[in-house]
Design a protein around this ligand. Sequence first.
Ligand code: ATP
Length: 438
Amino acid sequence: MFVAIDDTDSQDRMCTTYLIYKIISENRYDVIGEPALVRLNPNIGYKTRGNGALNIELGRGKGKKTVIGKVSGGYLYSYDEIAEEPDRNELMDYISSIVDEFYVRDNDKTNPGIVISQNKFHEDLYSIALQEDISLQFMENYLNGRAMYRKFKTGHGIIGSAASLAWPGLRYTYELLDYRYPHYTSIEHDEKMEISKVPEKYNSTFNNIDLQNKYPAIFPTPKTPVILGIRGVARNDLMDIYEEIKNYHNIDDEGYIIYKTNQGTDDHIIHEPDYLSDMGSYAITGVISGQPYTIEGGHSFATLNYKNRDIKLAAFEPTKEFRKILLALVPGDIVTAYGSYMSGTVKLEKLRIIKKAPFYEKENPVCPVCNIKTKSKGAMDFRCPSCHRRYKNPVYIEINRQINEGFYEVPVIARRHLSMPVKLSDYFYGSGNHSGAI
Ligand code: ATP
């Protein structure tokens, strides 16, 4: 039986993934397959942080056992097959008791929802949940007759829960999340930076650290039960990294879970559509049609002509050094812009410069008689300082631009969970042609 949970936390407390850790570590049911952490539309207003929903298959398992985590130093396993389905009502009561114990009550925006279903849902539901704002009514209609669900407060969480069960999981990465609750572990910033360098030794990991912006990305900013999270495409590497960090840096944790996830997959991106809808995320290829500029607050913009429509490209202040890339574009450059769309503007996550336009700078002409550069005396008036001959036209010199064709992405500090880091493009689309993690 598949169980999905969403919307139990608030900005500064709890994390829905901790409930999954609790369910697994209490060991009332066997886990079948891998627990899933599914990120949904990153542009949704209700999200607490990264719009993530969780699901897991529970019952009595059989077959091959795989390590999916640790609790108090001992391994947690999952089975690869289901031997017996659990009673749905008992399961719902048990999951409800966990949600009831941990969800953040004193926050209007926290509205948990549990969905229990014998089958996963059609992947169209997942696609919609990545692009649109789904209403609670729509989701209740979808679930009625198909699955069992329970709402806490408004129960808005059933939207994310149900959508997570529609993730086909064909393209995936992993995240190892390490927990301690309720006594939070406090680690100094400098030590967090040191620890965040450990996963960097493994090429299979991503989004660990942002050295330039001094951001230790494996540590969440708010105080939640999550001590740290390491992302990668190789489960075994994540386990080795965890052991190294735990042993050499004295991390006082309860245990960890490894989630299969759609993070870093670009699943939210629709390529080259005819129409762009608000709240959708796209990759669009076109020609830069105006000189990029920066406004007060440090937000930079450029204009892209896409299918005969001018679209604004935005690199906001939090994207830091990435803004320089946008500002280095010139009219005529052919680029693919990746990001979420709202009211005519794409908020950039990534940029691919496909073809650089030649760029010329205007210069005063050289007097061919004296071989000396002329001086400008006004519009269309260049004079040789030696013989005083007059020339009408400037010359145009092609400038060697300081930017190359290829991919550019926002720094780790500004990266979205779903965005595929450029270092993974080869992994997913390159010669190996992997469909998912190893
Ligand atoms: P965290 O990442 O810490 O778990 P969060 O960012 O996932 O937090 P939630 O507290 O889970 O935030 O809130 C997200 C809310 O948005 C949930 O109620 C979920 O059901 C809902 N939701 C997710 N995707 C959509 C969508 N496409 N349309 C409408 N609602 C959605």
